[in-house]
Design a protein around this ligand. Structure first.
Ligand code: GUN
Length: 295
């Protein structure tokens, strides 16, 4: 079976068109959803993510506040900025780009963000609410994965989903979201990780494989069954002298091999990536509505 490609760019565009309409309706009621983006230092990948987030806000009708701080920013300075953003009525969402420089205490910073503005869904308050199935801001990449599955018509209830990777940003939350007793969930979920003895033993039983290990070729054709649905969350730079940048992006899945067995598969780039920022916009719009008593 040769796979159908899940076009993340197209799904993201559809969702952004819905959000643009929602922003226009809110604007007519005097409400402009506002996102504050905080970047400390000059990491090239983080800088390009942050720039993309700001462009997406402008294009969709959200206000964005750009807070780029030098690499030597102190914990006190960063905490002061978070407090000001927490108190700013124009701001409905606060995103602190991770990772922070090593001298800063990441968990203290995330804890300081008002949970009502935690559009990344990383505050322990929102993580806890998600785990017990209450309404909460859902982290953007895993939420994007669920939307891609749902909007591609993949049956999730009763499916065996094998998640490869157990990060706090992707593996753990996506596993949690899919096992909830809710729409677009009710899956049987297995989580594999670096200490799993034989990952292939589990992935061969999967109806849906979600690869979020952060390593190229983690999932190869011999590790999946015919007809599997594969979502590749990996973003890995591999050297490529034929590219101007000197590298190209690949996922965690051996795309060319696995696509011959899968029924549906996401490419990298153009799969999960475009969904992440879209879900951030979605959460910020939700937050603005809640702040104005509309949800
Ligand atoms: N760094 C990598 N992914 C993310 C993300 O989803 N949110 C933030 N804030 N930082 C990241």
């Amino acid at each position: 079976m040769a796979a159908r490609i899940i076009d993340g760019k197209q799904v993201a565009q559809e969702m952004r068109a819905e959000l643009r309409q929602e922003c226009a309706r809110l604007k007519a009621a005097g409400i402009v959803p506002g996102l504050a983006v905080v970047l400390v230092g000059h990491d090239p990948a983080s800088t390009s993510y942050v720039t993309a987030k700001e462009h997406a806000c402008a294009e969709t009708g959200l206000y964005s506040s750009d807070n780029r701080l030098p690499a030597q920013t102190t914990q006190e300075e960063l905490m002061g900025l978070i407090r000001r953003l927490n108190a700013d009525p124009q701001i409905h969402g606060i995103l602190v780009q991770l990772p922070l420089p090593k001298h800063l205490n990441e968990s203290e910073v995330l804890l300081a963000i008002d949970p009502a503005k935690d559009v990344d869904g990383f505050h322990p308050f929102n993580v806890g609410k998600m785990v017990i199935g209450e309404k909460a801001f859902l982290p953007c990449t895993p939420h994007g994965v669920v939307q891609l599955l749902a909007r591609s018509g993949v049956p999730i209830a009763g499916a065996h989903v094998v998640v490869v990777g157990r990060s706090n940003i992707v593996g753990k939350p996506v596993a949690n979201m899919l096992l909830q007793k809710k729409e677009h969930a009710n899956a049987t979920v297995t989580i594999c990780h670096t200490r799993t003895k034989d990952i292939g033993y589990f992935t061969r039983q999967a109806d849906i494989v979600i690869a979020a290990a952060g390593r190229p070729n983690t999932i190869t054709a011999d590790m999946v069954k015919d007809g599997v649905v594969v979502i590749d969350v990996g973003v890995n730079r591999v050297e490529d002298a034929s590219k101007k940048a000197g590298f190209r992006l690949v996922g965690d899945v051996d795309f060319d091999g696995v696509k011959e067995k899968a029924s549906l598969i996401t490419p990298v780039p153009g799969g999960v990536g475009p969904m992440t920022i879209t879900m951030l916009l979605f959460n910020t719009v939700q937050s603005a509505k809640m702040a104005n008593g509309l949800e």
